[in-house]
Design a protein around this ligand. Structure first.
Ligand code: PMP
Length: 396
């Protein structure tokens, strides 16, 4: 390393993170990310992936991916606006629009990218964005990139949103005003109050933007939070990710045709970054086909989720107010949270700790994501280990 200042900066900051228990250790998974994973040669019950429906390892998706790879090769070859738009990308976008009940859709390389792309393509320094204080990091970064005035509102606090929307409108300072929320909040599992948000949006002429990374495939018969509330006609931007319930990777915006047309000419990751692979596009289409024709996997996921939640609650853990499969086990102190997670892993459950800055200080948690692929035996074994470690650490 040539720069002394960089060396000092890294040394000081890395040590500081380690001292505070905020240094995230990465444990590579040696094989598929299914309900049981292998890490350092050890089999662990996996409660940390977003693979809600088990589709990441589903044979039907793997076959679709392989067939498309045989046909098209492994890469799209270019950015979408040069010649990286393959017919399979267009078919995927048509399927996504159909699935979300919108006129059109546009796919990006990731959900994170999608938020960076879509917000900054529409909002600029003459605009304002009302953003729930617990919105995902990619929304925060997308808002920053747009240079619009960011006005955070208290988490799911509709009085606060209404007051801030009113002030923003009255000030006359802004051309456009947008309200942005997660559909399902990723760290707590609560659902956004979309009917009220849409009502406030109508009152103050706000653009509505819902990031449904954790709602798609989970709520509204798989079609997401917006559909769950019957608001498909009233939300301008429906963001989804292809990396969670859909099981692969990528992100998308579903909305009106003119909005999608605009994103195709103005959103920078679409213009300047290579498209998702053809294999990914084919796997995602297969996943949507499965979701559109059967609710079996969702039912299994909900059943597993209720079972795990009930079990953890009965053991005496604080599982917060989640309304979805996301099941936090809130410990509080960061160091204790890390130790708890490490002990769970040693005993055979992979449930990763989540601490500041991903969640506010003092609200460290181990987040559990039951999926359709878990069996009751796996969940029982996980609960047995939770009980053992919880008692040992005097958490319950
Ligand atoms: N939005 C939300 C609400 C998320 O939870 C995530 C995933 N962590 C993303 C966007 C980013 O999605 P992806 O992992 O597909 O980039």
């Amino acid at each position: 390393m040539t720069s002394r200042r960089l060396k000092e900066f890294l040394n000081n900051n890395l040590e500081d993170l380690k001292d505070k228990g905020l240094y995230n250790v990465i444990n590579p998974v040696e094989g598929p990310n299914g309900p049981v994973i292998q890490i350092e040669g050890k089999q662990l019950i996996n409660l940390s992936s977003n693979n809600y429906l088990g589709l990441a390892t589903d044979e039907r998706l793997i076959n679709a991916c392989n067939e498309a790879t045989e046909k098209y090769g492994v890469g799209a070859g270019a950015v979408r606006t040069i010649n990286g738009t393959l017919d399979i990308h267009i078919k995927l976008e048509e399927k996504l629009a159909e699935f979300k009940h919108t006129e059109a859709a546009i796919a990006y390389q990731s959900g994170f990218n999608c938020n960076m792309a879509a917000i900054s393509a529409v909002m600029d320094k003459h605009d304002a964005i009302l953003s729930d204080e617990l919105n995902h990091a990619s929304i925060i970064d997308g808002c920053r990139l747009s240079k619009a005035k960011i006005i955070p509102f208290k988490h799911s606090d509709m009085e606060d949103l209404r007051a801030k929307a009113g002030e923003a409108q009255k000030s006359g300072l802004y051309n456009k005003i947008m309200v942005i929320t997660d559909g399902v909040f990723s760290m707590d599992g609560d659902i956004a109050k979309l009917p009220e948000i849409v009502e406030i949006a109508e009152e103050f002429d706000l653009i509505t933007y819902v990031d449904d990374a954790h709602g798609s495939g989970v709520l509204g018969n798989g079609m997401g939070t917006v559909k769950h509330f019957g608001l498909s006609e009233k939300v301008d931007f429906q963001i989804g990710t292809l990396s969670k319930a859909i099981g692969a990777v990528g992100g998308y915006v579903a909305g009106k045709k003119d909005l999608i047309d605009w994103l195709k000419v103005r959103s920078r990751p679409f213009l300047f970054s290579t498209a998702i692979t053809p294999g990914t596009a084919a796997a995602c289409m297969k996943a949507i086909e499965i979701l559109s024709t059967s609710t079996e996997l969702q039912q299994q996921m909900w059943e597993n989720s209720r079972y795990l939640k009930q079990g953890l609650k009965e053991l005496g853990f604080n599982i917060g107010e989640s309304e979805t499969p996301i099941t936090p086990c809130i410990i509080g102190d960061e160091n204790q949270t890390q130790i708890f997670s490490e002990r769970l892993i040693e005993e055979g459950v992979y449930a990763k700790s989540i601490v500041f800055p991903t969640v506010p200080r003092g609200t460290g948690r181990v987040r559990n994501m039951p999926t359709a692929a878990h069996t009751k035996e796996m969940l029982d074994e996980a609960l047995r280990i939770y009980k053992k470690v919880g008692k040992e650490m005097k958490l319950i």
